[in-house]
Design a protein around this ligand. Sequence first.
Ligand SMILES: [Cu+2]
Length: 119
Amino acid sequence: MRRFANAFVRSLVATLAILILVSGMAIGIASARAATRDTTTIKIKAFAFKPKKINVTAGTKVRWINKDEIVHTVTARDDRFDAALDGKGSRFDVTFREPGRYAYFCARHPGMRGAIVVE
Ligand SMILES: [Cu+2]
């Protein structure tokens, strides 16, 4: 009887372990998908924001990545955000939760302009 009980407990533990592992993997896959869907990247290259204008849904994280060797800034016209991206590989993230049009520029090179339209 005891042997049977032990075998039963062992199989129960194994089943639970598998369930936890599988559900953990499912959660990991779901969050990876959400991250991919909700992040948009803007490159800063050759003194320009690329793409210059983007449309995103509310809640999207926008990531600027500097591909130039020099400092550029991502400066909002309305002062909501302002960051200096200090050379190649520097990044800056903003999550846009409210619909609207967010114009920005580079404070070092005011001819560099961009806009995020949040729907
Ligand atoms: Cu610049």
